[in-house]
Design a protein. Structure first.
Length: 217
């Protein structure tokens, strides 16, 4: 998942700027679950009127990130344990099936160069303490495997799960900062399993990888 940062958003319509600004803050955890957000405060931060902020809040409520309040504001909607479990369960099922298909069709070589490049990005980000850089490459790594399967339905479902997945990843690294280094090791193991054509090994590593999210959340 990659969004333009606030400095890159100045050319966007005001409602889109407000939407992306608040969405990023919720996903990163800058606005924690249960936090009340004022339309007026967001408007002041972005130097825009409250009308586009209200429009942005409506979109974010429709996406399940905010609960609207009657007096010009909203509360960040918590992700329930059952919702988090549903996201993790679907992610594991889709990615395991995608990896099996990539291997069965002999297409691993088409995605391995990108996975290795993303592993380098993750290692560099880990060394610099760049959490955002690591998590962005983390998302791209898993998405690349699903995209390589050629299953457009799987790609579409994963795309719709992306914001929830990134929100969970941010929650996880706040609870367990060591997960970044551990996750990098597991990503390398996933790439090795794909290169070896071992779908069972990929599924086993992925299950452990996802289980670490369950254990911390």
């Amino acid at each position: 998942m990659s969004y333009p940062n606030d400095a890159d958003q100045t050319a966007l319509p005001a409602s889109e700027r407000a939407f992306l600004h608040v969405k990023q803050a919720v996903i990163r955890g800058d606005f924690a679950s249960g936090t009340m957000i004022s339309e007026g405060l967001v408007a002041q931060e972005l130097d825009i009127s409250r009308t586009p902020v209200h429009e942005a809040f409506l979109r974010l409520a429709a996406e399940g990130l905010l609960d609207l309040l009657s007096r010009k504001g909203a509360i960040v909607r918590p992700m329930s344990p059952s919702e988090a479990e549903d996201v993790l369960e679907m992610r594991e099922a889709i990615e395991s099936a995608a990896a099996e298909r990539v291997i069965r069709l002999g297409d691993a070589d088409t995605v391995l160069p990108l996975l290795r490049e993303l592993l380098s990005v993750q290692a560099d980000a880990t060394g610099r303490g760049d959490v955002e850089g690591y998590l962005d490459a983390d998302d791209r790594f898993h998405s690349a495997v699903v995209e390589a399967s050629g299953n457009r339905i799987a790609v579409d479902v994963m795309s719709r799960l992306r914001d929830r997945q990134q929100r969970l990843r941010h929650q996880l690294v706040r609870v367990r900062p060591a997960q970044i280094a551990e996750g990098l090791v597991e990503h390398r193991q996933l790439a090795e399993a794909l290169a070896a054509g071992d779908a069972a090994a990929y599924a086993t590593v992925l299950h452990a990888h996802v289980a670490s999210h369950r254990g911390a959340l």
